[in-house]
Design a protein around this ligand. Structure first.
Ligand code: AMP
Ligand code: FE
Ligand code: FE
Ligand code: ZN
Length: 296
């Protein structure tokens, strides 16, 4: 690429969205449909980052090639910190890495039993939902999560959008909430690095969480190998963005921006926040190279 600084070159900068979900976790589109949606939305580079799973990678890779979209293969690891769920994006890790695989499998197993317990509590309180209805919303082999309880309530006509279920029943501070096994965020950073991947803290300052991430935790994660912060995200207002920018300048972290698209499951639209090409280059350079960025 020739750095001309002209308006033409600015327009030619690729649209890079590094956070999106498929039906392999709580997105509403299959990996192939997700890549088709990305192409239709004018996305040049998309990262597939399903919760605790790499099961969508192969289907996404085939569809990315077909649609001419560059694919970054990643994950979003749920981490437990002070009774709150913190999300760590891991880009380009080796999917065969044993410790990483074991940790993801453990989290997924514990997610199933936890959803069943949440549904028991809800139905005991008169909320019309059964575990069978929830299971019907989870694609085979997918990571089960609270959004699937919301989907069951949509399917049986109780609500119209996942949002309503989270406001009324599914929030972290709800009496129906049950946690699941998840690694400490520092351990998750170490796992991603050991697997040759590049860890970026997802939407660090999301306001709906019961405990907000503090600078001390981010410092510890940085010492363990954290590479960046997802600053530009719809869960952040101007104050949160500024805080992320200050921290990144102080610690030498990358700053990313992404949609966190979930199909119709969330209002987030593909490409609503994007990442600079230089930042993607730095992420690629920091990875081991075992899992490559797939260019069509
Ligand atoms: P879990 O993985 O079971 O802890 O559920 C957390 C997931 O719920 C997150 O990954 C979000 O995608 C989703 N979520 C949280 N709040 C909402 C909301 N208000 N509307 C739709 N989805 C939500
Ligand atoms: Fe999600
Ligand atoms: Fe997240
Ligand atoms: Zn996400």
């Amino acid at each position: 690429m020739t750095p001309t600084g002209s308006a033409g070159a600015e327009l030619a900068r690729p649209v890079i969205d590094l956070h999106a979900h498929s039906s392999v976790s709580d997105g509403t589109e299959t990996p192939a449909e997700l890549l088709a949606a990305a192409a239709a939305a004018g996305i040049d580079v998309l990262a597939i980052t399903d919760h605790d799973s790499v099961a969508g990678w192969d289907e996404a890779a085939a569809a990315a090639h077909e649609h001419g979209v560059t694919l970054v293969r990643g994950i979003e690891i749920s981490c437990a910190w002070r009774h709150s769920s913190i999300h760590l994006l891991g880009y380009l890790p080796d999917p065969q890495d044993r410790p990483l695989r074991q940790e993801l499998a453990r989290a997924r197993d514990s997610r199933s039993t936890r959803l069943e317990r949440m549904v028991e509590r809800m139905s005991a309180d008169g909320i019309p939902v059964t575990y069978a209805e929830v299971l019907a919303q989870v694609a085979p082999g997918a990571t089960p999560g609270r959004p699937h309880i919301a989907d069951a309530l949509i399917a049986n006509g109780t609500i119209e959008h996942r949002d309503e279920a989270f406001t009324s029943w599914l929030g972290d501070d709800s009496p129906y909430y049950v946690g699941h096994y998840a690694p400490h965020p520092v351990r998750a950073v170490e796992l991603v690095r050991a697997a040759g991947g590049v860890p970026v803290l997802a939407h660090p300052f999301t306001r709906t969480r019961s405990a907000s991430v503090d600078d001390a935790l981010i410092s510890r994660m940085h010492e363990a190998g954290l590479a960046g912060l997802e600053a530009y995200h719809r869960d952040h207002g101007p104050d949160e963005v500024r805080h992320a920018e200050e921290l990144a300048a102080r610690l030498g972290l990358l700053l990313t921006g992404s949609s966190d698209y979930h199909g119709t499951g969330k209002r987030n639209r593909l490409g609503e926040n994007t990442t600079a090409p230089e930042v993607l280059e730095a992420i690629e350079a920091a990875s081991s190279g075992v899992t490559e960025v797939l260019r069509p």
